[in-house]
Design a protein around this ligand. Structure first.
Ligand code: SME
Length: 165
């Protein structure tokens, strides 16, 4: 992603986060990213519950991976390590769990509260090598806003995946 777009989206992130509870914030951020970033073809947020990632709001095609155990897939690897993962070519990564045959690259950003993993933002692109350090920085800011809102609202936000688009 180029810097101009990151700056525009960063300003929107802060505006959207103001005074919003976690559930509403997550829905709005998923909608914002899907609508405003052409190379974000699937955008979703998973929250960690009892050692499993549970899909909440998402935009893009429905996925069979609505629950992912820690350590499975690229999502489970990011949640276990607490580190961002960028996969430029999903076909070359043996951890990859396929959601769509069109997906070529993926980024996963953990949502962290003082080092503890609360969940993650997962984005797939149909373009190869679609994610760079600017995507990562933008999504880390979004994850930090979500972590703050989650700390204020507590767990138990959603019990099922929620398709937005
Ligand atoms: N590709 C992910 C699974 C989730 S879908 O991308 C929506 C993974 O390998 O963990």
């Amino acid at each position: 992603m180029d810097l101009d777009r990151v700056e525009a989206l960063s300003a929107d992130l802060e505006r959207i986060a103001e005074g919003r509870d976690a559930a509403s914030l997550m829905r709005h951020l998923v909608g914002l990213f899907k609508a405003r970033v052409p190379h974000y073809h699937w955008v979703g947020i998973y929250l960690l519950r009892d050692g499993e990632l549970h899909l909440g709001p998402y935009a893009g095609k429905p996925t069979e991976h609505t629950r992912i155990p820690l350590g499975q897939g690229i999502c489970g690897a990011a949640a276990r390590s607490g580190q961002a993962v960028i996969v430029p070519d999903v076909s070359a990564d043996e951890r990859y769990l396929a959601c769509s045959v069109e997906t070529r690259s993926e980024i996963v950003i953990p949502i962290l509260d003082d080092g503890a993993v609360l969940g993650e933002i997962d984005i797939d692109s149909d373009l190869p090598d679609a994610f760079n350090e600017h995507d990562q920085a933008l999504l880390e800011r979004a994850a930090s806003l979500i972590a703050g809102a989650l700390a204020a609202s507590g767990p138990g936000l959603f019990s099922a995946p929620e398709a937005l688009v």
